[in-house]
Design a binder for this molecule. Structure first.
Ligand SMILES: Cc1cc2nc3c(=O)[nH]c(=O)nc-3n(C[C@H](O)[C@H](O)[C@H](O)COP(=O)(O)OP(=O)(O)OC[C@H]3O[C@@H](n4cnc5c(N)ncnc54)[C@H](O)[C@@H]3O)c2cc1C
Length: 409
């Protein structure tokens, strides 16, 4: 039995310091420019590819850290650099995880390299689940995939929204309905290969924050993909659908309810770690500023009104990180989330980022409200954490249902 320790080991410290260096030297200096340009920062992604941060290998290594801290540590450092650029670097991972979780070995080997490209020709990938009428309510997706047996092809029609890298991705992973009677149990994921006719980018969103990350609608108009693009394969899908139909029959034919709300439990701590990174960045700027800015003949931190805010900010950030690390450790070690600990970590860390960045703006006064200082951007960026990968309300719903065993609405 390993000795209990709260200290990172040498290897983890080395990786953290390396990532911090990249975040400080490459990401942070580029942050304001790409926020204003509202474009994908391709040169920064390329730099990340050159040093090995933008690659499946890197994420796999972090993922297989047996303490579970590899991924949260990486997310915290990259998002400390800048949230928009960091999301452009890690966004492909969402689609890659979709393939890793559901794909066959052949699909993993074929598609994941095409998601990343190589360091001379970097590519990105998109995971497209959300739709205009299906955000929190994942079960009500409308995008339909129909099997054309004669050609062994799937025909996909629908409109996806809020897709990170949607339309600019080399590979899109699309979640679609294959059996409308089964709710979220009747969904399947498909690879849409590069250049497939019928897939186009709809509206590109102009956003409040994380503006260096591309977010857009993806329109699927009679998109035909080979049978081999169904993640996991047809046989597995047929077996899964048969089991779901049996269950639905046993429950009196009632449409299978949305179970998808709880399925992200293991991935939510990673989003919590992103929020910790942004919160920590804003706290550090505020601490420095409070020590150097003088009013009434003394540094503003001499006032308890300012110093106590900083004390609260740091306390919340450390508490958020501990919740994230606990949930990540549980996920890697296969511990059951009996109290929705993954959702807890995401809820607390994302709300912390919103609160701490707002406090940082306040501590910087007028300067905090301008784009001359980074806390203005960090405050705008932080708002995303309580929205994507399940809103704060959905996290509370998952936690409350898990704790009570009641169908709380
Ligand atoms: C920048 C950005 C990037 C994104 N990237 C991706 C991506 O790559 N791929 C992807 O598939 N999706 C992505 N999303 C979508 C994101 O996951 C959804 O926006 C999110 O799940 C919320 O859905 P919604 O926006 O439709 O809000 P809604 O579900 O309409 O919610 C609106 C409000 O109602 C509340 N609410 C809803 N239901 C309940 C309830 N039962 N109880 C209490 N309150 C409730 C919500 O908490 C929220 O406050 C992204 C979104 C953004 C903004």
């Amino acid at each position: 039995m390993a000795e209990f320790t709260m200290e990172l080991n040498d290897e983890q410290r080395e990786v953290r310091d390396w990532l911090h260096g990249f975040a400080a030297d490459v990401i942070r200096p580029a942050a304001a420019e790409w926020d204003e340009r509202e474009e994908t920062p391709w040169p920064v992604i390329q730099e990340a590819a050159k040093v090995g941060i933008y690659s499946l290998d890197f994420y796999a290594q972090q993922y297989f850290d047996p303490t579970g801290l590899g991924i949260p540590m990486a997310m915290e450092e990259l998002f400390w650099g800048d949230a928009g650029i960091a999301l452009s670097i890690v966004g492909t991972g969402l689609a890659a995880v979709g393939v890793l979780a559901n794909g066959t070995e052949e699909q993993i080997g074929t598609w994941i390299p095409q998601m990343y490209g190589d360091q001379n020709d970097v590519k990105v990938a998109a995971f497209c689940s959300s739709e205009p009428d299906a955000g929190s309510d994942v079960a009500s997706l409308r995008t339909r995939a129909v099997y054309d047996e004669a050609k062994d092809e799937w025909v996909i029609n629908g409109t996806k929204t809020w897709a990170t890298n949607g339309g600019i991705a080399n590979v899109h992973v699309v979640v679609a309905v294959v059996d409308p009677e089964l709710g979220s149990k009747g969904h399947a994921s498909f690879i849409v290969p590069p250049g497939t006719p019928g897939l186009s980018q709809g509206q590109k969103f102009k956003k409040h924050g994380i503006r260096a990350s591309h977010t857009a609608e993806v329109v699927l108009d009679h998109v035909r993909v080979p049978g081999s693009c169904l993640l996991g394969g047809k046989e597995k899908l047929d077996q899964r659908l048969a089991r779901a139909r049996e269950k639905a029959k046993a429950s009196g034919g009632e449409r299978v309810k949305n179970a998808a709300m709880a399925t992200f439990e293991a991935s939510r701590p990673a989003v919590g770690a992103m929020a910790v990174g942004t919160a920590r960045a804003a706290y550090e700027v505020a601490l420095d500023y409070a020590k150097t800015r003088e009013q009434f003949g003394r540094p503003i931190i001499d006032n308890q009104g300012v110093a106590f805010q900083l004390a609260d900010m740091r306390t919340r950030i450390d508490a958020a990180r501990l919740l994230v690390w606990r949930a990540s450790w549980m996920a890697v070690n296969g511990k059951p989330f009996t109290a929705a600990e993954g959702s807890m970590s995401k809820l607390f860390a994302s709300e912390t980022a919103k609160k701490v960045t707002a406090q940082a703006v306040q501590i910087l006064g007028g300067n905090g409200y301008t784009r001359e200082y980074p806390v203005e951007r960090m405050h705008r960026d932080s708002a995303i954490y309580t929205i994507f990968e399940g809103t704060s309300e959905i996290q509370r719903l998952v936690i409350a249902r898990t704790l009570s065993g009641m169908p709380i609405r």
